[in-house]
Each structure stands twice: as C-alpha cells, then as structure tokens.
Design a protein around this ligand. Structure first.
Ligand code: ADP
Ligand code: ZN
Length: 214
C-alpha cells in the first residue's frame, strides 16, 4: 500500500510514521530526513537546499519532486511506502500522482497548543534521525540516541523564528494539499492529541484505514 502521511509541523508525523513503518515492515521515506542527511554530508544537493531548510522555507518543488521520484523508484518501495513530508504543495501532489498511485492519505491532527509544545522539545539523532522529546519521549541517557548511541541535537529550524515560519508555510502551501486529497476521497483524519505514551490510541485509528494490507 502506498501511504502519504500529512500533518502540521510538530504534530508527531515522523514518530507515527516510524512506528507504522516497523509494524508493517514497509519503508518510511521522509523528505525532511533526506534533506538533513544531504546537509550533514555536504553533498551538492545539501549545499543547494541548506538555507531553505534552516529558514523553515520549502525547498523548491523541482528539486523535491526529483528527489522523491528517484527514491520511490528504488526496489524497497515496490510493495509500498509511508511517505512522510511529501507532498507539501499542490504542484508536488499532482506530480506524485503521475508516478505513483496513492492508496491512502493519513492526516494527523492536533491543536496549536500541542503542536507548539512538541516542536519546542524535540531532539533528533544526528546519526540515524530518530526523534525524541525532552518531556514526552526522553532518551534513556540524556543527549544520546537509544538506538545507535549517536548525539541528539536541536534542529536548526527549531528556533522560535523558524518554527513560526514553518507553521505559516504549512497554512499557506500545505493546507490546500489536504483539500486536494480529500476531494479524491483518499484522506482520513487521525486524532493525534494523545501524549506519546498513548501512541497505541493513534496507531489504532491508522490500522482501521490500513486494513487489507498484505
Ligand atoms: P516538519 O514536518 O517537522 O516541519 P520535516 O522534517 O518534514 O519537518 O521537514 C523539514 C524541512 O525540510 C522543511 O521545513 C523544508 O525546508 C524541507 N522539506 C521537507 N519536505 C519538503 C517538501 N515536500 N517540499 C519542500 N521542502 C520540504
Ligand atoms: Zn540514532
């Protein structure tokens, strides 16, 4: 099954997508992770996109679409994927449907208050991209990734200014993507207000919509 994961920055999409990815043994493809890796490794792509990402602006559609197309063509996505962070514009959504048939769009929803608190406390593993929260999902040892021992850091787009900008960009550019998929009957809302220790309540809602998965 080819699944798109949508939701406001900070709603917890990445955490839910990782969980679903393991449960269904299907890759999670995160454009945010792909971009951060490119920046960390100082590749050509990384140099081109660095400033957009640290400001919290969208990377231009052309670059993003090409990257995702190439990634989804690889063998591991043959039987399905969880696409996290793409599409974020209607142009990207139209492009995606030209190269992949989308079966379901999960739209994670939480109040502004929840979203802001999740964004402020997030820590990310520099090595493997695992996501923590200083209060809601603390690592076993402060500052260190449970999975790989990598160092945790606060993303450069998590300054108050960049967070504000990401939320604005989301309202202006990504909200129309919700309507785009809703009109096609593909979109379902998932209530993500629960604290992360109650992640089962969120995953349960997803499972209902992913039934028939083989
Ligand atoms: P979040 O959902 O928490 O804002 P992501 O990790 O999904 O964070 O994305 C981080 C940044 O990567 C975005 O702010 C943007 O600069 C860039 N990015 C990710 N996905 C896209 C996309 N589909 N189109 C354009 N830019 C993107
Ligand atoms: Zn790690």
């Amino acid at each position: 099954m080819n699944v798109v994961i949508l939701g406001s920055p900070g709603v917890g999409k990445g955490t839910y997508a990782n969980f679903l990815s393991e449960k269904y043994n299907t890759p999670r493809i995160s454009t945010g992770d792909l971009f951060r890796e490119a920046i960390r490794d100082e590749t050509e792509l990384g140099k081109k996109i660095k400033d957009y990402v640290s400001r919290g602006d969208l990377v231009p559609d052309e670059i993003t679409i090409e990257l995702v197309k190439e990634r989804l063509e690889r063998d591991d996505c043959k039987n399905g994927f969880f696409l996290d962070g793409f599409p974020r514009t209607v142009v990207q959504a139209e492009a995606l449907e030209k190269f992949k048939k989308i079966d379901k769009v999960l739209n994670f929803v939480a109040s502004d208050r929840v979203v802001l608190s999740r964004l402020g406390g997030r820590r990310t593993c520099r090595e493997c991209g695992a996501i923590y929260h200083i209060k809601e999902i603390p690592p076993k040892v402060e500052g260190i990734c449970d999975f790989c021992g990598g160092k945790l850091y606060q993303r450069s787009d998590e300054t108050p200014q960049a967070i504000k900008n990401r939320l604005k960009v989301y309202r202006e550019k990504t909200k129309p993507v919700l309507d785009y998929f809703r009109k096609r009957g593909l979109l379902v809302d998932i209530d993500a207000k629960y604290p992360f220790e109650e992640i089962d309540k969120v995953i349960f809602q997803c499972e209902k919509h992913l039934q028939g998965w083989v």
